[in-house]
Design a protein. Structure first.
Length: 100
């Protein structure tokens, strides 16, 4: 899969910290929302101990890459992740509570 590269992938204002730990689920689990089809798995939203957010969902980068809107891009180390709207809606109270 060839990703559309940003002009300068070396200089970033923000970088994901792979040492950060998942500390708090935002919203309800996929099982609680009925989005797993009775199986374990995604989707999920977690706050990390450094304040960043981790999203577990379906990687649809290849499907959306050729039709990104103007101004949107995906770096070679990034992925476009899709989650059900109900997952984000269920997280809304926790997001406000987290000061995000």
């Amino acid at each position: 899969m060839a990703l559309r590269k940003r002009e300068d992938e070396t200089a970033r204002e923000w970088e994901a910290d792979p040492t950060a730990s998942l500390v708090r689920r935002l919203g309800k689990s996929a099982a609680e929302l009925g989005t797993t089809g009775g199986r374990d798995g995604c989707p999920d939203i977690w706050q990390l101990d450094n304040g960043d957010i981790a999203v577990i969902g379906r990687d649809l980068t290849a499907h959306y890459l050729s039709r990104l809107p103007q101004g949107a891009s995906i770096a070679s180390d990034e992925r476009l992740i899709v989650i059900p709207g109900i997952t984000l809606a269920a997280a809304k109270p926790d997001i406000a509570d987290a000061g995000l």
